[in-house]
Design a protein around this ligand. Structure first.
Ligand code: 5GP
Length: 114
């Protein structure tokens, strides 16, 4: 996992991103290396390094990420279905040390994942 929090730079607009949604609690932007026709990352503005680090105090923001994901899925035309993924730590493939939810859709997605 990288040591630099790249997504904090995107939140702070130090690095550009194609933003799909933003409010006080979260930011959603299109992945730079999309794995499906729709591939959006939904992140809390609060720095939470990994899913393992979530706390009771994060309950509202985590619920909010799901509500935003459902709204974006509708807006982006994913009526046929979509997948939400949170990779936690190196073995699961997490590369950026800032909790993020992948919203993937627009093609048939196989199971099990790799
Ligand atoms: P992870 O592998 O940590 O679950 O997901 C990190 C994701 O961030 C990857 O899908 C990767 O393509 C994406 N990503 C990495 N750097 C950037 C960037 O600078 N801009 C955007 N929009 N996405 C990025």
């Amino acid at each position: 996992m990288m040591t630099d929090n790249l997504f904090l730079k995107i939140i702070n607009k130090q690095i550009p991103a194609k933003i799909a949604y933003e409010d006080d609690l979260c930011l959603a932007f299109h992945d730079i290396n999309p794995q499906a026709p729709v591939h959006v990352l939904i992140i809390p503005k609060k720095v939470i390094r990994t899913h393992e680090d979530i706390a009771d105090a994060d309950r509202d923001v985590l619920g909010h990420l799901h509500l935003v994901a459902a709204k974006l899925a509708k807006q982006l035309g994913l009526e046929e279905g979509y997948r939400l993924i949170v990779n936690c730590k190196e073995q699961a493939g997490q590369t950026v040390p800032h909790l993020h939810m992948h919203l993937l859709g627009g093609r048939d997605l196989t199971w099990p994942p790799g």
